[in-house]
Design a protein around this ligand. Structure first.
Ligand SMILES: Nc1nc2c(ncn2[C@@H]2O[C@H](COP(=O)(O)OP(=O)(O)O)[C@@H](O)[C@H]2O)c(=O)[nH]1
Ligand SMILES: [Mg+2]
Length: 268
């Protein structure tokens, strides 16, 4: 979806420009008054309504489907750069969204010391398994097969890791996760986010997990990564406290754009 910025001396004039450029059903994302000394100008950020609607559909992850009782656990991976908030998200999901279900944690590859403690501090009863090769993975999954959900925490990719990244990404694929969430801090430049996604493609990311939304100013700017990624999003993370639950992504991201989840406001 393309956001366009229009500026002019009055709102009426700017809306005329918006309508001319984007059509009658253009959607206004933001309106503000700019002051430069004594001069006032009006700025309107707008998009084509059909594009907003398409973005809303892309973002929608659909319901989360758990297996029937006794079935294979719902396996979900979280991948992304160092410090993106992967481990925090795993812990918050285990203690929040999935608090009422038996949750298992799988740590693939090398992790920072204390990773298991971070998760256990929020959800003491989780079983935490590690796996370094295919055989170890199969055994770990068998040990977790009574869980309803298995959350897979992963290390970051590093340029000279001697193939460690390829190994854990292959293990993640072998675990056949239903969803793989790519954790990206909201403050990243969109160009950087695009390159990171390419790096993590072998992990087959299916969803965007926008993190650290509390660290960026709100508004349309904070939605640039989801706009660029064009991936469904189930959760966002927007609090530094480890106890804070993850939030449902779609309303939060649409809110940044000033869009209601199920409807759109047409330009007056
Ligand atoms: N402000 C803020 N901090 C966060 C958020 N999510 C995680 N953090 C913090 O960011 C740091 C790195 O998180 P961590 O989960 O260890 O990142 P990982 O390397 O991707 O596993 C920790 O101090 C987290 O508490 C968030 O949404 N907002
Ligand atoms: Mg971590």
């Amino acid at each position: 979806m393309r956001l366009e910025t229009f500026r002019g001396a009055s709102l009426v004039r700017v809306f005329e420009d918006v309508r001319e450029a984007l059509g009658d059903d253009a959607m206004v994302v933001r309106t503000r008054v700019l002051r430069e000394g004594r001069v006032h100008a009006v700025e309107v950020i707008a998009a084509k309504a059909a594009e907003v609607e398409a973005f809303r559909r892309t973002l929608d992850p659909g319901p989360l489907e758990f297996s029937a009782e006794g079935g294979w656990p719902l396996v979900m991976g979280i991948v992304g750069p160092s410090g993106a908030g992967k481990t925090a998200a795993v812990a918050r999901l285990a203690a929040g969204d999935f608090a009422d279900r038996p949750v298992g944690i799988l740590l693939l590859g090398g992790h920072r010391i204390g990773t298991a403690d971070v998760i256990r501090s929020l959800r003491p009863d989780v079983t935490i398994e590690t796996a370094a090769d295919a055989e170890g993975l199969d055994e770990a999954l068998l040990r977790l097969c009574e869980c309803a959900v298995v959350l897979v925490d992963t290390p970051p990719l590093a340029p000279r890791d001697g193939g460690a990244g390829d190994r854990w990404m292959a293990l993640l694929r072998r675990a056949e996760p239903k969803e793989v969430h790519l954790a990206l801090a909201a403050g990243l430049r969109t160009e950087v986010a695009t390159v990171i996604r390419e790096d993590y493609l072998p992990a087959n990311p299916t969803h965007l997990l926008l993190t650290k939304l509390d660290e960026v100013p709100g508004g349309a700017g904070a939605a640039e990564i989801p706009l660029r990624m064009e991936m469904p999003a189930r959760w966002v993370s927007d609090a530094p406290e480890t106890m804070a639950p993850l939030r449902t992504a779609v309303p939060r991201i649409l809110d940044l754009l000033g869009v209601e989840p199920a409807e759109q406001k047409a330009a007056a």
